[in-house]
Design a protein around this ligand. Structure first.
Ligand code: AP5
Length: 206
């Protein structure tokens, strides 16, 4: 099962990805987490991307290819994986299609979490409060001004992928305004459907 979680900052991609990991045992590939780890490690890559992320812009497509291409080839991705916020521009979508097709694989489904902008801001404020309460550092890009910039970047550069995946017949929309459990249940239903359809195809071939 290879799936993309698509949605604006704060839509719940990371939250839902973790649930899928637990339930389905496939890894979560979050480019945001990978880049933050590179920054925390003080690596050359981290130094290259820090200022870009801090101001809420997207890092270059070349950087994403550098970190995601090798990751997809890793043995733990053989049974599938979740691309969490890892596909944000048209060149990135094409790059993923290209890598998968070279491996004789294909994307199964793209799940779009639809959440209103006002709710996203509320969630951001909650996340900041929770981090502060737990004595954890707040993400440098988690402040109101940068968050608004991240929403704008999403609208301009990532939302255009919606028709791209719709045209491939792979897009499934979910109401991400619902509570976490309900959203998770909807995702589960979709993933079960995808698995059943692919088993049906294999049975027909055999
Ligand atoms: P990234 O780390 O991917 O951040 P993001 O897409 O902005 O998403 P968030 O992590 O803010 O939100 P989320 O949708 O995962 O929601 P979450 O589950 O945390 O990217 C950061 C930066 O890295 C980018 O700006 C860019 O610079 C760079 N980058 C990364 N990938 C890139 C790429 N491919 N190309 C170029 N640049 C890239 O939930 C949010 C909050 O809401 C949490 O507190 C959660 O508990 C709560 N919540 C979740 N679901 C619900 C619900 N249903 N109801 C109520 N609350 C909920």
């Amino acid at each position: 099962m290879i799936l993309i979680l698509l949605g604006p900052p704060g839509a719940g991609k990371g939250t839902q990805a973790q649930r899928i990991v637990e339930k389905r045992g496939i890894p979560q590939l979050s480019t945001g987490d990978m880049l933050r780890a590179a920054i925390a490690a003080g690596s050359e890559l981290g130094m290259r991307v820090k200022a870009i992320m801090d101001r809420g812009d997207l890092v270059s497509d070349a950087v994403i290819e550098e970190i995601i291409a090798a990751r997809i080839m890793a043995p733990d991705c053989a049974r599938g994986f979740i691309l969490d916020g890892a596909v944000r521009t048209a060149p990135q979508a094409e790059m993923i299609d290209r890598i998968l097709s070279a491996q004789g694989r294909a994307l199964d489904v793209v799940i779009e979490l639809v959440v209103k902008e006002k709710e996203l801001l509320k969630r951001l404020k909650n996340r900041i409060k929770e981090a502060e309460k737990a004595g954890q550092p707040v993400r440098p890009d988690d402040n109101e001004e940068t968050f608004k910039k991240r929403q704008k970047v999403y609208r301009e550069q990532t939302a255009p992928l919606i028709p791209y995946y719709k045209a491939q017949g792979k897009l499934r929309e979910i109401d991400g305004m619902k509570p976490v459990e309900k959203v998770a249940a909807e995702i589960d239903k979709i993933l079960d459907g995808v698995l059943a359809a692919s088993r049906g195809k294999t049975a027909k071939k055999g």
